[in-house]
Write a protein that binds this ligand. Structure first.
Ligand SMILES: NC(=O)c1ccc[n+]([C@@H]2O[C@H](COP(=O)([O-])OP(=O)(O)OC[C@H]3O[C@@H](n4cnc5c(N)ncnc54)[C@H](O)[C@@H]3O)[C@@H](O)[C@H]2O)c1
Length: 256
């Protein structure tokens, strides 16, 4: 006996969904019956992903820009009539020690990773409340809990995302909006592969992949993140609110 799709006819926005974890989440949501607004600053990439998903639409959006995030939510509501799920996923990293990070680089990382999540919550929450409740699932990082050399601006932003998650959970609980974050360790997406050589050079390690294998056991997969995002959006985690769900092969809770 096959079970009913977990997200049948739910309306979801996923930001940063042209590739990587966002794309995997959009695909997993569509496979569970959701209608997805595939959003990214890379509008062409978003269109390509949306074209392959039943019922999906694409929307270009730079999550740093309040008017664009507001317009993104309005697009979902005007096209589908409601919004049930928001996944603030868009993110970028800059790899350098804090003392070699310029203010502009700091602002770039914190504006996408932290301001962007604030704006997604700020504009999506009223629409989700109007739909009778739903879910906001920020993609934070295990660096919200444990430091990682060379990505201090990223980690600070992700710690801020965890704090926003907790505040939003409490403020929105009475409106039946659950807010839970996902905190992955290293997943082998472009975010990681594009910075691998910088980690090797600046940390003086010959093989970043070998360090990952030793610390995490292996890279996590985008599908593993997406399956947790499905579970959190499905309502089955009904007593979880303001929580950070760690996906890290055990690395943040072990010394060796
Ligand atoms: N890959 C990992 O190891 C890992 C681990 C923990 C957390 N995360 C988080 O998961 C999320 C997705 O990361 P990923 O690994 O898929 O990265 P990725 O680089 O593969 O994809 C990121 C996507 O975000 C989009 N984006 C960038 N700036 C944007 C902006 N201003 N507005 C809208 N979209 C924008 C990019 O175009 C891209 O499609 C990020 O928040 C990242 O911090 C990733």
């Amino acid at each position: 006996m096959s079970s009913a799709p977990l997200l049948q006819d739910k309306i979801a926005i996923v930001t940063g969904a042209a590739r990587g974890l966002g794309e995997a989440i959009a695909r997993a949501y569509a496979a569970e019956g959701a209608k997805v607004v595939v959003s990214d600053i890379d509008a062409a990439g978003a269109r390509q992903v949306a074209a392959s998903l039943p019922g999906a639409i694409a929307a270009g959006c730079d999550v740093r820009v309040p008017e664009q995030v507001e317009a993104l939510v309005n697009t979902a509501v005007s096209h589908y009539g409601r919004l049930d799920i928001m996944v603030p996923n868009a993110g970028v990293a800059h790899v350098a020690p804090l003392v070699a990070t310029s203010y502009e680089q700091w602002r770039e990382v914190t504006s996408v990773n932290l301001d962007g999540v604030f704006l997604c919550i700020r504009y999506a929450a009223p629409a989700i409340i109007a739909a009778g409740g739903g879910h906001i699932i920020p993609i934070a990082s295990v660096t919200a809990k444990a430091a990682c050399a060379l990505i201090g601006s990223y980690a600070a932003a992700k710690a801020g995302v965890m704090s926003l998650t907790q505040t939003a959970a409490i403020e929105l609980r009475a409106h039946k909006v659950q807010v839970n974050a996902i905190l992955p360790a290293f997943i082998e997406t472009e975010l990681v592969t594009s910075h691998r050589a910088e980690f090797e050079q600046q940390l003086n390690i010959p093989d970043f992949n070998a360090v990952i294998a030793q610390r995490q056991g292996r890279y996590g997969t985008a599908q593993e993140v997406a399956q947790l995002a499905v579970f959190l959006a499905s309502g089955r985690a009904s007593f979880s609110n303001g929580s950070g769900f760690v996906l890290d092969g055990g690395v943040s809770s072990s010394l060796l």
